[in-house]
Write a new protein. Structure first.
Length: 170
């Protein structure tokens, strides 16, 4: 008997809730963006990146900020350099992400530090007008043959070299 009374109360409360709803009342329904996987991390927006497993607002913004400061990702492992993203997160993302041609190792898209003009050198992350001028000044004395040669240029240290290493050629 008590069980029947309990079930009756539950059914009645559901009916009361339905009766309270107005006929033309719109109920908000959350819709998700329709996205195709894999997502290209070199062009994806913060909102697109948030659709990836384990990536929320903070990590999505960190990916975009890192990409903006350092240029396109060359490999998926480069994502590990983004603050807050570790090896396990990258492993989880592998089926859901890819890299556009902007991140491919392509000598045509690399800047030749032995022949580039000032403006081209300034397109490299961490290289402004002063450092670009120093590169030109140094190459007039000695031809660069490997990335580490740039460490002899005033103002270029290991951190700057790492930012540009995959974007240059000789």
């Amino acid at each position: 008997m008590l069980l029947l009374l309990f079930v009756g109360v539950l059914l009645l409360s559901g009916a009361v809730v339905e009766l309270r709803a107005k006929k033309n009342e719109q109920i908000p329904v959350e819709t998700r963006k329709n996205v195709e996987f894999p997502i290209d991390v070199n062009v994806a927006s913060v909102d697109d990146l948030k659709l990836l497993p384990g990536i929320g607002e903070v990590k999505a913004r960190a990916i975009v900020e890192y990409r903006t400061r350092n240029g396109p990702f060359k490999s998926l492992n480069d994502l590990e350099r983004v603050p807050g993203i570790g090896k396990k997160t990258v492993e989880r993302l592998v089926p859901y992400v890819n890299l556009s041609s902007a991140g491919n190792d392509d000598n045509q898209s690399r800047i030749n530090v032995n022949t580039a003009i000032l403006e081209e050198l300034m397109n490299l992350p961490g290289i402004g007008e002063v450092k670009a001028a120093e590169i030109i000044k140094m190459r007039e004395k000695v031809r660069f043959s490997k990335p580490e040669d740039l460490l002899n240029v005033p103002g270029i240290g290991p951190k700057t070299l790492e930012k540009i290493r995959d974007l240059i050629t000789f």
